[in-house]
Design a protein around this ligand. Structure first.
Ligand code: FE2
Ligand code: FE2
Length: 374
């Protein structure tokens, strides 16, 4: 039986000390190399035998958009106003009544709270950008390693999508916000693990199901909350693509997992659990507390009592859990992953809509094209 220590490098999932000990030392490096050695797979079977992937590929071809011309970059962004609008929407800087009087927050004026909002936004968008680059690299990998021609075709469209996503987030950060953050150490650990694994379906599971599933939920949350029109449209367009990407993962792995043995499925369950924990750890946003000059550990203990934050963290799994269920990962074997998702407090999403079916509905780009044509 694999232990938490082997999967996560710590015994206790919630061991805050161990979580915070994961940091990036080389924050000034311009490149980061990950060693991996998967086989590049040619296929001589050109038969279009997977209609669901053919359909997805056709959809991807007609729903391409241009980051330069389909978004209105002339919109001015007042970051302070964006923060205050978010605060108003949430009903305060924190959403529940935690007594802050004996904490460093007790001395804060509106100025520090606004700065926190600005840093949080810079951090969040920076992590989106880095995650998108992870997707770009993973999808290029999938094109090489997946043995099915329909998946190679579709994957090629996703490479283009991901380049566009990196491009839009980088441009938004540079031209509308006020600073970058390096990649979060937990996100990097996860991306490294996905890329270092030579098995093609692990790239899919790590990226298409876990990272992109979480991104889709996070983008949805931010899209709903923000009043900033450029970011709103940018996120909505990115979500149109992401829903297809997650569907690509669900449709492909559903077929492939039917061939795998119980032991092989268990390895996938463990990988899904590892990814879930890494992503949860990253949302503690330790770098932001540090930049605000706060004691990181004490601050995290405090803010984790905030109900709004708890609900947000759980909501991030609202796409991942139903998709894992659809793949049979929740209940395979002795229901190991169901148990673990239960412990993480996210199993309640199991019967929410899975993305294998949702993607057409989320295609805003196609809707805009139709509206423009009529
Ligand atoms: Fe993306
Ligand atoms: Fe994606």
């Amino acid at each position: 039986m694999t232990t938490n220590e082997q999967i996560l490098g710590r015994d206790e999932v919630d061991d805050l000390e161990a979580i915070l000990s994961v940091t990036n030392e080389d924050v000034d490096a311009v490149v980061h190399a990950v060693r991996s050695n998967p086989d590049a797979i040619f296929t001589w079977d050109y038969e279009r035998s997977r209609p669901a992937l053919v359909k997805l590929y056709e959809k991807a071809k007609t729903s391409q958009w241009n980051a330069e011309t389909d978004l209105d970059w002339s919109i001015d962004v007042d970051q302070e106003k964006v923060v205050l609008d978010n605060v108003a929407a949430q009903g305060g800087f924190l959403s529940s009544d935690i007594d802050l009087s004996d904490t460093p927050f007790g001395k804060w004026t509106e100025k520090e709270w606004i700065q926190l909002g600005i840093e949080s936004q810079n951090w969040t968008l920076s992590q989106f950008m880095h995650g998108e680059q992870g997707a770009l690299i993973c999808t290029a990998r999938v094109v090489e390693t997946v043995p099915w021609i329909d998946a190679k075709y579709y994957g090629a469209t996703q490479v283009m999508d991901e380049a566009r996503h990196v491009e839009v987030f980088a441009k938004y950060l540079d031209s509308k916000l006020s600073g970058h953050y390096p990649i979060n150490a937990h996100l990097r650990l996860l991306l490294d693990d996905i890329i270092a694994d030579n098995r093609w379906d692990m790239t899919y599971l790590g990226m298409q199901i876990m990272v992109e599933g979480l991104a889709l939920a996070a983008f949805g949350f931010m899209h709903q909350m923000t009043t900033e029109p450029l970011l709103k449209r940018l996120l909505r367009y990115v979500m149109s693509d992401e829903a297809r990407h997650v569907a690509f993962g669900v449709l492909s792995l559903k077929e492939y997992y039917q061939e795998l043995s119980g032991t092989e499925i268990r390895e996938r369950q463990e990988f899904a659990f590892e990814a879930a924990v890494r992503m949860r750890d990253r949302f503690l946003q330790q770098e932001v507390w540090d930049r605000m000059g706060l004691d990181v550990k004490e601050t995290i203990k405090l803010v984790m009592q905030d109900d709004g934050r708890k609900i947000f963290q759980q909501m991030l799994f609202s796409k991942i859990v139903p998709n894992c269920k659809k793949l049979g990962l929740l209940d395979a074997g002795d229901g190991w992953l169901r148990q673990r998702f239960g412990e993480l407090g996210v199993i309640q999403f199991e019967d929410w809509v899975d993305t294998g079916e949702e993607y057409a509905m989320l295609d805003e780009v196609a809707k805009d094209r139709e509206a423009a044509a009529s």
